[in-house]
Design a protein around this ligand. Structure first.
Ligand SMILES: [Zn+2]
Length: 124
C-alpha cells in the first residue's frame, strides 16, 4: 500500500501545480468514516481536505481529493461565501473529472482505475 500512498501524495502535488494553488492544502486520509458525513470534505477555515480512503478505488479517492482541492483554490480566490454553493460544486465536479482523466493519461503507471484501497492495509 506504500505505493498507493505515494501516488496520492504525488497526485495532490500535481493537482496543486495544475490549479496554480499558492498555499498547499493539508490532506488527511481517514480509514473510518466516523468523522465524515460524506466521502470527503474541505474546511475553508483550516485549509484541510479530509478524505475517506478504505475500500474505495484509488480513482474515486483521487477524484475526491481533486474536488476538494478545487474548493481550496476557490477559497484562495475568496469565492467561498456559504457552506453550499451549487455553482462552486459544479465547477469542482467538472474540474476534478478533467484532472483525474489527465492524470490517468499522463501517469499510466499509477493504475488509477485498477487499484482498490483495502481496509487496514494502508497503515503507514
Ligand atoms: Zn464540493
Amino acid at each position: 500500500m506504500k505505493s498507493t500512498l505515494k501516488t496520492i501524495k504525488h497526485f495532490k502535488e500535481w493537482v496543486e501545480k495544475e490549479l496554480d494553488i499558492e498555499k498547499p492544502a493539508k490532506v488527511q486520509l481517514h480509514k473510518s468514516r466516523k468523522s465524515l458525513k460524506t466521502y470527503a470534505d474541505y474546511s475553508p477555515s483550516e485549509g484541510i481536505v479530509r478524505t475517506y480512503v478504505s475500500e474505495r478505488s484509488l480513482g474515486d479517492c483521487l477524484r475526491s481529493i481533486a474536488h476538494e482541492l478545487v474548493h481550496h483554490k476557490q477559497n484562495e480566490e475568496g469565492r467561498i461565501k456559504s457552506n453550499y454553493d451549487i455553482e462552486l460544486e459544479d465547477e469542482a465536479n467538472a474540474i476534478a473529472g478533467r484532472l483525474i482523466r489527465k492524470y490517468a493519461n499522463t501517469h499510466p503507471e499509477s493504475n488509477v482505475y485498477d487499484t482498490v484501497i483495502k481496509h487496514g492495509k494502508n497503515n503507514k
